[in-house]
Structure formats: C-alpha cells, structure tokens
Design a protein around this ligand. Structure first.
Ligand SMILES: Cc1cc2nc3c(=O)[nH]c(=O)nc-3n(C[C@H](O)[C@H](O)[C@H](O)COP(=O)(O)OP(=O)(O)OC[C@H]3O[C@@H](n4cnc5c(N)ncnc54)[C@H](O)[C@@H]3O)c2cc1C
Length: 402
C-alpha cells in the first residue's frame, strides 16, 4: 500500500445508476464525496423511472435531461396472455386517474449514466476516480479503500453500489439470501409502424412477462422473459425472423416491428442482503437486492435506497454523529427494511404466480387483477403504492402537492 491517503466523508464504490445518483445526492448535500466508477460494458437495457424517482431527479436538477432523452409513460396496460383456464381481465393503469401528468420516463441506461456522469463532473464536492476498488479495511472511525491502481482513500462510510457481485458487500461480511428463477430476459429495441401513445404494455405469459416500454418516436424497448433455452434461441435468430416472432407475441398491437439495437440476455435471479449496512458499509441498489423485471421496480427501489441513505447522513451530521457509526447504519437499515422486503416478495409472487400451473394460483392472480380492474379506489391505491410506497419513500422523494 502507498503512504498517501486522500480523506473524504463518503466513498461510493460503483458508477452504475445507483452509485452515480447517490454520489450526486450526497455531494449536493454538502459531503466531501469520492466515487469509484470504472468503465462499464455496454448496457442495452432501458429503465422506466417512476413516481418517487422522478421527484428525486427533479430535486437534483436532472429531470429535464432525462425527459429529453426518454419517452413519457402515461398508461400501463397489463394483458393476461397465459392462455390458461382462469384468466385475468386486462387492466389499464392511467396516470390521469390519480392526478398525474405522467407515470415517469423510460430511458436507455447508457443515456441515464451519461447524464449522471456529466452532472457529477461539475460538482465541487465530488471526486470521480475511474478505477476499481480492490481492498478495503475498517479502522477506528474510518474505512480505507484501495484501487487497482494502488491509490488509497479513507472515509467515514463506504457505500457499496458495485452491483450484484459486490466486492464491498463481501468485504463487509454481509451474506445474501438468494434464489434462482429458470428464466432469462432478452432485451432489445424495436421500431414499429403504429405509435405506442405513451402506453407501456406488459403481457403476462406462462413463461414470464413480455414487456414493450415506450421509447421516443415509434420505438420501444422489449423485455421478453422466457425459459433460458428459448431466450437463447430467440437471441440467435436473424433480425427478420426475430422481428416477426416479437410481432406475433405482441399480437401486432404496434404493427410491424424492425429490430433496432443489439440484443442482450440477462439470466434472472433474486437475492436480498441479510442486512443493508455493517462495518462502515451501506449497500444500495443491486449490491443489496435483486429480483426479476416485473413492473419496472428494481432501480426505482434502488433510488429509494439513495434517498434514505442521503437523509440518514444528513441526520447524522445534524447530530454531529459518526457517518459510518452504528447509529447511522441502524437508522438506514430500519428505513429500508419494509420497502425492500415487501417489494422483493411482491415481485417474486407475481413472477411465480405466472409460472405456476395449478388452479388456485391462477385463480388468486386473476382475482387480484379482477379487483384492480373493477374497484377504482383499489386501483388508485395500487398505482400510488407502485410509484411511491407509503412506507419506504424518503421525504426527499415525496412529491410536494397542494
Ligand atoms: C432486463 C431488465 C430490465 C430492467 N428494467 C428496469 C426498469 O424498467 N425499471 C427499474 O427500476 N429497474 C429495472 N431493472 C433493474 C435495473 O436495471 C437494475 O436495478 C440497475 O441497473 C442496477 O443498478 P446498480 O447501479 O445498482 O448496479 P449496476 O448497474 O450493476 O452498477 C454497478 C457498477 O459497479 C461497478 N463495480 C463493480 N465492482 C466494482 C469495484 N470493485 N470497484 C468499483 N466499481 C465496481 C460496475 O462497473 C458497475 O458500473 C431491470 C433489470 C433487468 C435485468
């Protein structure tokens, strides 16, 4: 280890959307922050940023840039395409019903990361280091991390935003409860001959969700969840055959499709960390939780980690407390427990109910959607809780409404 150590309040490891957003929010709150953000491989996914995430981006002054690159989403349409004996009615969630102009914006992850990077480069309190963190060590009152280039940095708290295979989580001794799904998601963009009208469509099939999410113009991002071998077969198809197959699965609701991007496959898995903070390390984003892409919940949940952690750090500073001490970490753990547990369980139940072949599971799933369709207050409650849950949405992510 070299002798020189640069000192900060907060060290954030990982420059994905969760880490970069945390770095901006925490530096904006006045903490001396260092972000470790090595180059990332291409990501062809998009993210539907909804409700509370939109409020956070507004407060960070980023929403105009996101809106410019993304597509607005006004309606979410759920269609039961399981072809099973008991089928749910189609349910349409419309943002106007709950007094909103939009649910949110769907944006390519690469554009979101670029917008965040540009913003982070202009912040006086934020230092960006484009190296990986390889070593960390907890001392009395601080944590020291070392990059693969041998530079050392110390901070009161380190934030693990280094994704599902987080080094920092492991170094902090945090274990996972993990499980697998025999599903993979095929991701790509398409253009189509009919307009999407700001409607995101989620077909529920026997193999998992098949989602068409609006992009600017007559284009959409596709997330097609299938058994891994079928997803691999689709991935290997030539453009014309794949476009035809996607159109067939979409029942031509958007007309004729043309493939408009490279394809990527994501094997699906789930986990939650046993604890969201320990040993001067707080977990955010996929370092702390992961589940299948149903209802666009993953990064939106991660943004609530960001908001909650920022508020815990501000509270600790107000009380002149230790940013990485047990009081701060326990406040963060408490702030995130219910939201992460209920969101992970909710998505897991939705996904497994699709795959389950037994009648009681089909009946229950269909009943839930039937009630959402018929009982207006329940539908409104589901929309509001989907956008910004009552328990778990940090104050800074709550919309100020008259
Ligand atoms: C098909 C699919 C569709 C999805 N759609 C949506 C959606 O519509 N809405 C939604 O909310 N969510 C969605 N999600 C979930 C969302 O994409 C993820 O939650 C999100 O990308 C995770 O972001 P992250 O910043 O936590 O992790 P990552 O994006 O994995 O970033 C981790 C970063 O850490 C860096 N890193 C790793 N190790 C180190 C190290 N040792 N030192 C320094 N840096 C390191 C990596 O280079 C990487 O940049 C989807 C997921 C999938 C699979």
């Amino acid at each position: 280890m070299s002798a020189a150590i640069a000192e900060f309040d907060v060290a954030i490891v990982g420059g994905g959307p969760a880490g970069q957003t945390a770095a901006i929010a925490i530096a904006e709150a006045g903490f001396r922050t260092v972000l470790f953000a090595p180059e990332t491989p291409p990501d062809h996914r998009t993210t539907a940023l909804l409700g509370g995430s939109v409020t956070l981006l507004e407060k960070l002054g980023l929403i105009d840039a996101v809106a410019e690159c993304g597509a607005t989403m006004h309606t979410m349409r759920l269609i039961d395409d399981t072809g099973r004996l008991i089928r749910a009615p189609e349910v349409n969630f419309r943002c106007q019903e709950i007094g909103r102009d939009v649910f949110g914006y769907n944006i390519h992850n690469r554009d979101l990361n670029r917008i965040l990077q540009e913003r982070s480069l202009g912040l006086a309190n934020l230092t960006r280091v484009s190296a990986r963190v390889e070593v960390s060590h907890v001392d009395e009152g601080s944590i020291t991390v070392q990059t693969d280039e041998g530079e050392r940095f110390s901070a009161q708290i380190a934030v693990a935003a280094d994704g599902a295979r987080s080094y920092l989580r492991e170094a902090a001794g945090i274990q996972l409860k993990s499980w697998s799904y025999s599903q993979s998601a095929l991701v790509l963009d398409v253009t189509h001959t009919r307009p999407h009208g700001g409607v995101s469509v989620e077909f529920h099939t026997k193999a998992g969700p098949f989602v068409l999410v609006p992009l600017p113009g007559n284009s959409s991002s596709i997330v097609l969840v299938e058994a891994p071998e079928i997803a691999d077969n689709l991935h290997a198809m030539d453009d014309t055959t794949l476009a035809r197959e996607i159109e067939r699965r979409a029942h031509s609701i958007l007309g004729k499709f043309t493939i408009a991007s490279p394809r990527q496959i994501f094997p699906l898995s789930g986990f939650t960390a046993d604890v969201m903070a320990q040993n001067r390390v707080a977990l955010i984003g996929e370092a702390g939780h992961r589940f299948p892409p149903i209802g666009a919940q993953g990064l939106n949940l991660s943004f609530r980690d960001v908001g909650a952690l920022t508020e815990c750090l501000i509270n600790a500073r107000r009380k002149q407390g230790d940013l990485g001490g047990d009081t701060t970490l326990n406040a963060y753990i408490k702030a995130r427990r219910i939201d992460i547990t209920t969101r992970t369980a909710g998505v897991d139940i939705m996904d497994r109910a699709l795959l389950a072949d037994n009648l009681p599971a089909q009946a229950l799933r269909s009943l839930g959607l039937f009630l959402a369709d018929r009982i207006t207050p329940l539908r409104h409650l589901m929309m509001r809780e989907g956008l910004a849950p009552t328990i778990g949405t940090p104050h800074m992510m709550r919309a100020e409404r008259g």
